[in-house]
Design a protein around this ligand. Structure first.
Ligand SMILES: Cc1ncc(C[n+]2csc(CCOP(=O)(O)OP(=O)(O)O)c2C)c(N)n1
Ligand code: SF4
Ligand SMILES: [Mg+2]
Length: 423
């Protein structure tokens, strides 16, 4: 037996609001389709229609204004269970604000249903004109009547490629019409025309919905594109990108007892990110938890390149670094980029190339000629130096990762070993 969709009979709208009819008929249509409430993911937008969330026994996600169709599309793309139904509730205001999201979901024919609650105005914020308000309709921002024509959302969505669009009046029992829309495989959009008693009726007295719909010039009806629904694996053999991520086994040990915030920084094109990646992977192979975040200017090969690494024997809940414990600096670009952080250090260690000016810091500064093996190898050599001097991870663990990743031929391994043994 299907469980109740609504947990209350008192829906939170003003008396006579068309949203009430849409909510009740949507749940009725879902019941007719035998969906269990927990097989329905209802994505709502900002606006009066969106306050239905708390009354529903389905899954609910409340999006930012206009973005609910993008959220719904993401949920649909991530969903592999064909028994789940993704529905987006959005107003005419949200449709205006997030038009491109609806167009994209239509173009790709993403499997979900968008229910546009078109009450011709921004209800929740006091009755302003939206992009779907018809000409002549009075709102709190157009007391003389809207001078513009509204978007034809059905035509736009249909032309973009939606499997099914339809425009219906929000009167009487519309559950069969909604059922038809909800059954579509692929992208379906239904624009339900209604009126907001609190603003629409007050500002347009004596006007009936049927007359407003007629003068709006957008016909009722349905429009179909015979298309396959979007399949996230189309054209790709990859099932899951995460499957590509290598599993690093623990083979070494680390004596790190407390979390360590480490920054490796130098110049772009000088192997900073490679070095930071090696140290991170070597740390994982030594049983540590690691986060690594690279940062460099968009202009490739110019300016600084920096990597923030957190090493910890326990779980890491925050990947940012306010004040580092250890900093490795191999060039003037790296020093300039991290100067404030280094100056804020009250302890810890700074390993820096001997060509650089020592900054004002409470950290112990250890200088060495990292660039002696060539600018391109400065960061690689510096992380080996760090490993040797601190013992946080072993140099063997870094050599092992280099070998496993087949990077040995590109790096001056013999020179690094010689330089390390001379220390
Ligand atoms: C990006 C953004 N812009 C504006 C707002 C303010 N805002 C909240 S509700 C609303 C009107 C909603 O109108 P509509 O989408 O038509 O839904 P209705 O209230 O009519 O059901 C607006 C403009 C917001 N929350 N976010
Ligand atoms: S303000 Fe208008 S749209 Fe909002 S709940 Fe009231 S009648 Fe409905
Ligand atoms: Mg509205």
């Amino acid at each position: 037996m299907i469980k109740e969709y609504l947990n209350t009979d008192a829906l939170p709208y003003c008396k006579g609001c068309g949203h009430d009819l849409i909510a009740r008929n949507t749940t009725k249509a879902l019941e007719k389709l035998n969906y269990d409430p927990l097989d329905v993911i209802m994505v709502t937008d900002i606006g009066c229609h969106g306050i239905i969330d708390k009354c529903l026994n389905t899954h609910t996600v409340h999006g930012l204004h206009g973005r609910s169709s993008a959220l719904g599309a993401g949920i649909s793309l991530g969903n592999e269970n064909p028994d789940k139904k993704i529905i987006v509730f959005i107003g005419d205001g949200g449709t205006t604000i997030g038009l491109q999201h609806i167009m994209e979901a239509s173009r790709l024919n993403i499997n979900m249903t968008v229910v546009v609650h078109n009450n011709y105005l921004y209800g929740m914020t006091g009755g302003q004109t939206s992009g779907l308000t018809p000409p002549g309709f009075k709102t709190t921002t157009s007391y003389e009547g809207n001078p513009f024509t509204g978007y034809d959302i059905c035509a736009l969505s249909h032309t973009a490629g939606a499997a099914h669009t339809s425009r219906i009046m929000g009167v009487g029992d519309i559950s069969d019409k909604l059922k038809k829309v909800l059954e579509v495989k692929g992208f379906s959009l239904v624009e339900v025309l209604e009126i907001c008693p609190s603003y629409g009726v007050k500002l347009n007295p004596k006007r009936k919905l049927s007359e407003i719909v007629e003068t709006a010039g957008k016909p009722l009806g349905e429009w179909v594109n015979d298309r396959e629904q979007f399949n996230v694996h189309q054209g790709s053999k990859e099932k899951n990108l995460l499957e590509k991520v290598p599993v690093i086994k623990k083979v070494f040990n680390s004596y790190l007892k407390d979390p360590m915030a480490l920054i490796v920084s130098g110049s772009a094109g000088e192997g900073v990110q490679l070095a930071a990646g090696l140290i991170s992977k070597a740390a994982i192979s030594s049983g540590l938890h690691v986060t690594q975040k690279g940062s460099y200017p968009v202009t490739v090969g110019v300016g600084f390149s920096t990597s923030e690494i957190n090493l910890s024997p326990g779980k890491i809940n925050f990947h940012g670094i306010n004040v580092p414990d250890v900093v490795i600096i191999t060039s003037a670009d790296g020093l300039a980029h991290n100067l404030k952080k280094i100056e804020a250090m009250k302890g810890g260690k700074v390993f820096m190339d001997s060509s650089l000016e020592v900054p004002n810091t409470g950290a112990e500064v250890i200088r060495h000629d990292f660039r002696g093996l060539g600018a391109r190898n400065a960061s690689i050599f510096a992380v080996f130096y760090f490993a040797l001097k601190t013992g946080v991870i072993s140099t063997e663990s870094i050599f092992q990762i280099i070998e496993e990743e087949g990077k040995g031929k590109k790096l001056p391994i013999a020179k690094i070993k010689d330089a390390l043994s001379a220390l």
